[in-house]
Each structure stands twice: as structure tokens, then as C-alpha cells.
Design a protein around this ligand. Structure first.
Ligand SMILES: *Cc1c(COP(=O)(O)O)cnc(C)c1O
Length: 424
């Protein structure tokens, strides 16, 4: 028995399902999850000493590659100074200033500890600011695991077959209204049904938790216009797209200003960090200046800030990273379109995010994403893993490119895709 197998067996005795986040359990693809020992650049190495080209990148944060030298140095330095003070620090000011510089419409930022917390707080703020209760979300979008967002959620909730979680009260879910991604008419219908009741529309600017589903032309602008017209806030959940699509995230990439933005993943450079941000007039409703309460013992943690700052600074100073990772994603998407038969494979790619769906039909929303043959995804995953390529262990996730992926990595990956194409 290998080390991963042994660890998984032990883990299942003391951790539910053996994992601390469901999708890690490999339930959707079968087999034993690889327990990871270390990672460097584009490579991860498991407990059995097997090394893989990694396209998960910790689900997005590792945009510069694993164990980036400048990030490691910043973390080591910060750790020397003490791990946590529960008091204000200079690094938090630097972080907020850097975000405000990089993301144009943002004027103020509050740091939290995860994407879930960022979204939960932004929703509370939207409700506090507008004095309204209802929130519109899209089927298949994932916004973390706070109660009101576990309604037709994507990612692990969708993979596990529980897009609506038990344990969420009707009370918590009743103010969450559901719309269909890429169908602005479904949002208009909700505004018509509940005039003056909707506090915010929250959206992933690129759907990246039902596989990758790019917004159609005009979709995000239609949301912007409807929110403005109806006095609701537009929240871009940029936990994945933030600092990934462009230095200014989806707002810059699509040229659309949201009212509130949520961050996670890249913003912590691999440490547990989230943030929510927006215009001063809205953000000043947060305590202690405003009446919307939100707090955190470890929020703005100095070591976490050091990792995030070192990551964001490199992205700001090297904007060519964005053209580079987008080009790599396009290369892989082209190879998939070439080598996987079009009658049963559709490849979606935007920016540095991509994924194949095993269906011949266009995938543009939750319903069409669910048509993918997930058994075939599992076969694809296992084939790639056998070739030393580590993909998301579930269909409804993205493939993440990083600055550390090399030409040789791409060539090996394309070769493995080609071989899989010959089997189907
Ligand atoms: C990952 C993710 C979250 C949740 O972030 P956590 O740090 O896992 O809590 C929220 N929204 C989106 C779009 C995400 O991809």
C-alpha cells in the first residue's frame, strides 16, 4: 500500500471523508486522493514521491507557481516578526493601498480570512446599505459555503450532488433568488416580481465553478444596467477572477464596474485570505464607522498579508504574466479541440481558465454544464494522472494556468490529451 493510500485510510477515521474540503476526496473520479508533500513551480510531489504537472494550483492562488521565491522570503521575514498581534499593522495598509491602485473602481478594502467570509460579509453589507433583504444568485455559481449561498451552488456542492445543502434553514435560503447564468431575462423577471426588494445581484464574472462558463457578450453589462436601474448593488465574486484575468480583475477585463467585489485565492498568495472591497460610500457602512458588523481575530494577519503582498506586487510589476498565462490556456484549448472529438467534447476557455466538457453541445449555463458525461471526465482525469498530469478531480472545476508552466509542460500535456482522444 502506498503512502497516500495509507494516509487516506487513516484520515477517514478522524476527518469526515478523510479531507478538509470535499472535492479533494476524488469521489467524482475514483481512486485514492494524492496526499501532497511539496510543490515547486508547476510541479507537485505526493507522499509516494510521484511528481505531477499541476493544473489545480491550489484552486487558483498559485498564479506565479508553487513556492515562489519572493513570496517565501516575505513570509519568512514576516514570521520572524511574530505570527499575529490582533492589532493594526503597516502591512494591512500596504495591502489595501496596493489593491486600490490595482483595481480602479475600488476605494476601500476590508481583509478577511477566506472567500466564503468575503462573500458572506459583502452580502451583509449590501443588505445593510440598501435596506433590502433579497439577493439574486445564479445556478451553478459558487460563492463559498455560507448558508444563504448554498442554493444551487457549484463546485464541490454540484459535484457531490448536493447543490442545496441540508442544514440550511428555509429562512436562510428564502431570500436567495435564483437566476440562470447568461440569461439576463431571468434576472429581469426577478426584479419585476420583487420590486424594491433586491439588495444585490452576485455573479462570478466568468463562471468557474460549473466548469468554465464564460459570460456571453452583453450579459454582465445587462446585469450592471438592471442593478443601476433598480437601486440594487452588483457584486462581482472575483475570488477566482480577481488578479487572474488582469491586474484589475474582471472589472478591468470586461470594462464593467461592480459596486462590491469579493476576493480570495490569489490575494493570499497561498495563505488563507479573503477581502471585500468597493466604493467608499458603500464600504463606510462597515463597522466601526458604519452599522454593518463584521470582525475577525486573524483578519489582516501579518504573515498572510506578506504572502499576498509579495504575490500582488509581482503581478503588478510584470503585467506580461497575463498575456503569457492566457496564451498557454489558449494553446491547451486548441489542442483539446484538435484531439478530442467535437461530437462529444466542448472546450471553454477565457483568460487563463479553461475546461473540457464531455458533451457535443454548447455549454453556457448550469443546465448545459450538467449535460457533460462525468464518467468520461473521470476517465480523462485518470488517464492524465497516469501520465503525470494533475487536474481538478471533478468536472465542475477549472484548469488553472500559472506563470510557472513551461513549454515542455504544455507539450507533455498536449501529448497526453492526444492519447486520450484516441481512446474515445
Ligand atoms: C473558492 C471560491 C469561493 C470560496 O472561497 P473559500 O476561500 O474557499 O472560502 C467563493 N467564490 C468563488 C467564486 C470561489 O471560487
Amino acid at each position: 500500500m502506498g503512502r497516500s493510500e495509507k494516509l487516506f485510510k487513516e484520515a477517514k477515521r478522524v476527518i469526515p471523508g478523510g479531507v478538509n474540503s470535499p472535492v479533494r476526496a476524488f469521489a467524482a473520479v475514483g481512486g485514492t486522493p494524492r496526499f501532497i508533500k511539496s510543490a515547486k513551480g508547476s510541479a507537485i510531489t505526493d507522499e509516494d514521491g510521484m511528481t505531477y504537472i499541476d493544473y489545480v494550483g491550489s484552486w487558483g492562488p498559485m498564479i506565479l507557481g508553487h513556492a515562489n521565491e519572493a513570496v517565501l522570503e516575505a513570509v519568512a521575514q514576516a514570521a520572524q516578526d511574530g505570527l499575529s498581534f490582533g492589532a493594526a499593522t503597516a502591512r494591512e495598509v500596504e495591502m489595501a493601498q496596493l489593491i486600490v491602485e490595482m483595481v480602479r473602481p475600488v476605494e476601500m478594502v476590508r481583509m478577511v480570512n477566506s472567500g466564503t467570509e468575503a462573500v458572506m460579509s459583502a452580502i451583509r453589507l449590501a443588505r445593510g446599505f440598501t435596506g433590502r433583504d433579497k439577493i439574486v444568485k445564479f445556478a451553478g455559481c459558487y460563492h463559498g459555503h455560507s448558508d444563504s449561498m448554498l442554493v444551487k451552488a457549484g463546485s464541490g456542492a454540484l459535484t457531490g450532488g448536493h447543490p442545496d445543502s441540508s442544514g440550511v434553514t428555509q429562512g436562510a435560503a428564502q431570500d436567495t433568488l435564483l437566476a440562470q447564468y447568461n440569461h439576463p431575462d431571468t434576472v429581469q423577471a426577478l426584479f419585476d416580481e420583487d420590486p424594491g426588494q433586491i439588495a444585490a445581484v452576485i455573479v462570478e464574472p466568468i463562471g468557474a465553478n460549473m466548469g468554465v462558463v464564460p459570460p456571453k457578450d452583453g450579459f454582465l453589462q445587462a446585469l450592471r444596467d438592471m442593478c443601476t436601474k433598480n437601486g440594487a448593488l452588483l457584486i462581482f465574486d472575483e475570488v477566482i477572477t480577481g488578479f487572474r484575468l488582469a491586474p484589475g480583475g474582471a472589472q478591468e477585463y470586461f470594462g464593467i464596474d461592480a459596486d462590491l467585489v469579493t476576493y480570495g485565492k490569489i490575494i493570499g498568495g497561498g495563505m488563507p485570505v479573503g477581502a471585500y472591497a468597493g466604493r467608499k460610500e458603500i464600504m463606510e457602512h462597515v463597522s466601526p464607522v458604519g452599522s454593518v458588523y463584521q470582525a475577525g481575530t486573524l483578519s489582516g494577519n501579518p504573515v498572510a498579508m506578506a504572502a499576498g503582498l509579495a504575490t500582488l506586487r509581482q503581478l503588478k510589476e510584470n503585467p506580461q504574466v497575463y498575456t503569457d498565462i492566457e496564451e498557454k490556456a489558449r494553446t491547451l484549448a486548441q489542442a483539446m479541440r484538435r484531439y478530442l472529438p467535437a461530437e462529444n467534447c466542448t472546450v471553454n476557455q477565457m483568460g487563463s481558465l479553461l475546461c473540457p466538457f464531455f458533451t457535443g453541445e454548447e455549454v453556457c449555463d448550469y443546465e448545459t454544464a450538467k449535460r457533460s458525461d462525468i464518467a468520461r471526465y473521470a476517465a480523462y482525469f485518470q488517464h492524465m494522472l497516469g501520465k503525470g498530469i494533475y487536474l481538478a478531480p471533478a468536472q465542475f472545476e477549472a484548469m488553472f494556468l500559472s506563470a510557472a508552466h513551461t513549454q515542455a509542460d504544455l507539450e507533455r500535456t498536449i501529448e497526453a490529451i492526444k492519447e486520450f482522444g484516441e481512446t474515445i
